[in-house]
Write a protein that binds this ligand. Structure first.
Ligand code: PRP
Length: 216
């Protein structure tokens, strides 16, 4: 029966992990293994026939796309950059931040005629953003601390994640335009959605219910 089938959830390690474990706890799941995981990467939620796989964000999408995991918890940032074939079924509301275009304070990014250079960890998101503006830009892929690029003068601006804005502020940069809001999303493998429909719907309802209770 569908109700007893194992559900494997891929969970993005780090920032989203803590909120998701907190949510499972609220639902009433035993999260002892998740809290005392050590270096283990596959944990179980006892008595629920649920396994939790801890992975990097882009890999969460890969595991869900390939059907190795039924469900994934991943940021909209990774979804926007990665694309792919799966269902995005819920906005979990936590992990809230945004994609923004930032420059050195006071610089006129939209001024002048030359093609601007934009540094980012998210080239697909950046390409789409400027394509929607019909603006030609050169994109430089940077792996982390993207804020360095304008400071080292290899880029006129950056498209990056802004949460509190502290990193930008402390490095003399400022947001000149918001690109897109970001939060954690629940994604589901397309086949699992059919074969394990009841269990997935039940789990989604429990999660969204617990989330809405937290907001009251
Ligand atoms: C992210 C992002 C910014 C910073 C924004 O970086 O790329 O650098 O957080 O947060 P703030 O607005 O609260 O300052 P992360 O810590 O993931 O590291 P990375 O830059 O090396 O990717």
């Amino acid at each position: 029966m569908s109700e007893n089938k194992l559900i494997r959830i891929a969970l993005t390690k780090g920032r989203l992990e803590k909120d998701t474990v907190g949510l499972f706890e609220k639902i009433g799941y035993d999260v002892t293994e998740l809290k005392e995981k050590g270096r283990r990467l596959i944990l179980s939620i006892p008595g629920r026939n649920i396994e939790v796989v801890l992975a990097k964000a882009a890999d969460v999408i890969t595991y869900v796309e390939l059907g190795a995991c039924d469900i994934g918890v991943v940021g909209k940032d990774t979804i926007m950059e990665h694309g792919g074939k799966y269902f995005e079924i819920a906005d979990l509301g936590f992990g809230r931040c945004r994609f923004a275009l930032a420059t050195k304070k006071g610089s006129a990014f939209y001024g002048g005629y030359g093609v601007k250079t934009v540094a980012t960890k998210y080239p697909a998101v950046t390409r789409e953003f400027f394509e929607s503006k019909k603006m030609d830009v050169d994109i430089v892929k940077i792996e982390g601390s993207v804020e360095l690029a304008p400071l080292l003068e290899i880029a006129d601006g950056i498209v990056d994640i802004v949460e509190t804005g502290t990193t930008l502020k402390e490095n003399g940069l400022e947001v000149i335009e918001d690109v897109a809001p970001i939060s954690a999303r629940l994604i589901v493998n397309t086949v699992s959605m059919k074969l394990k429909k009841e269990r997935i719907e039940e789990l989604t309802a429990l999660m969204t219910e617990a989330l809405s209770k937290g907001q009251e």
